[in-house]
Design a protein around this ligand. Structure first.
Ligand code: NAI
Length: 335
């Protein structure tokens, strides 16, 4: 079988980490037909739109998409390509695992926690308008349909991975209507999954608990902006953004990308840690049911870290992106 995979190189360190990840995927020997498409500023400059119709169409029809980070101008300019992509293709679930890697310096050991983030509504949608000069309003839309869909995804993930508990993270004590609906809906969905424990935690307390003892959580489900913030926090718990993968999943459409952004401070210098996107590719291969290829890459990455000799700058080492890729490829060749 030949998979058609859309590749969006993205901005900043995007082209460096996507090229690195392509190399390790190709080393698995899987048949892949890569289709490169543009998004973000470069697409705006060359094709007149930050998310051209041809990119959207290609993502929709591919087996999967591997995406580099795309920069979004702050406080001005075009709307986030990520938000647009997630909403237009109904990529309703954002799956963000944070798992400790052997040999990686971090505050805790054996962390294994998953953030399931609602990906299509909430504050992160950026529905804003100016009421009058000096007064703006942002809409935080929460629907029962999207809450139910994401809760189901969280419980199904728990069941598939033989996990024990789903925690709804929310602010329903203050946002009584919106997060009240989200919490109630999660509780209702939980009744269909009696084999999985369900509880809830207010977002501020959850942030504190995660920092003090991340082992108290298993799978956390939450609305969009909370998930955005909490998943950076959990990335920090296992060694930082250079290690955190993610999957945006809809009905038959999926986009795999790192949690991190375009890292303009290190772009073009060959210093980026490609692990986050490589682990996103592992999620992509599992989504495609290519378990052996996924294991091959994941085991090689873990073996490189376990030896602790090849670490990029974000982890306190001196290795370049290239040296890290070479180490992973050498490890894969051993298997
Ligand atoms: P960032 O994630 O790009 O960088 C934050 C810090 O982490 C920087 O010091 C950076 O050097 C470091 N870092 C991130 N990834 C790394 C890697 N792979 N290896 C080594 N160090 C790494 O966040 P920032 O600076 O807030 O955002 C930059 C741009 O990225 C913004 O325009 C933002 O909108 C965009 N962004 C895009 C995302 C996406 O396309 N999925 C996600 C997050 C941000």
């Amino acid at each position: 079988m030949t998979y058609q995979i859309v590749l969006i190189p993205g901005d900043g360190i995007g082209p460096e980490v996507t090229a690195a990840t392509q190399r390790v995927i190709e080393a698995t020997g899987l048949g892949i037909e890569w289709k490169t498409h543009l998004a973000g500023q470069i697409a705006l400059d060359k094709l007149g739109s930050p998310l051209p119709a041809e990119t959207l169409d290609a993502v929709k029809h591919a087996h999967a998409t591997l995406k580099g980070p795309t920069a979004t101008p702050s406080g001005t300019g075009f709307r986030s390509v990520n938000v647009e992509l997630r909403q237009k293709l109904h990529l309703f679930a954002n799956y963000r695992p944070a798992r400790s890697l052997p040999g990686v310096p971090s505050r805790y050991e054996n962390v294994d926690v998953i953030t399931v983030r609602e990906n299509t509504e909430g504050l992160y949608s950026g529905l804003e308008h100016e009421v009058v000069p000096g007064v703006v309003e942002s809409l935080r839309v929460v629907t029962e349909m999207a809450s139910e869909r994401i809760a189901r995804f969280a419980f199904e993930t728990a069941r598939r991975q033989s996990r024990k508990r789903v925690t709804c993270v929310h602010k329903a004590n203050i946002l009584k209507l919106s997060d009240g609906l989200f919490l109630r809906t999660c509780g209702r969905v939980a009744e269909s999954f009696p084999d999985i424990a369900f509880d809830d935690c207010i977002i501020d307390a959850a942030a504190m608990k995660l920092v003090i003892n991340p082992h108290v959580f298993d799978i956390m489900v939450m609305e969009n902006l909370f998930g955005d913030i909490v998943s950076d926090l959990t990335a920090g718990l296992v060694g930082g953004l250079g290690l955190a993968p993610s999957a945006n999943v809809g009905q038959g459409v999926a986009v795999f990308e790192a949690v991190h952004g375009s890292a303009p401070d290190i772009a073009g210098k060959g210093l980026a840690n490609p692990t986050a996107l490589m682990l996103s590719a592992v999620l992509m291969l599992r989504y495609l049911n290519e378990k052996d290829a996924a294991d091959q890459i994941e085991n090689a990455i873990r073996a490189v870290f376990a030896r602790g000799e090849v670490l990029t700058g974000d982890l306190g080492g001196k290795a370049s992106t290239q040296q890290f890729v070479d180490a992973v490829l050498a490890e894969m060749a051993k298997e």
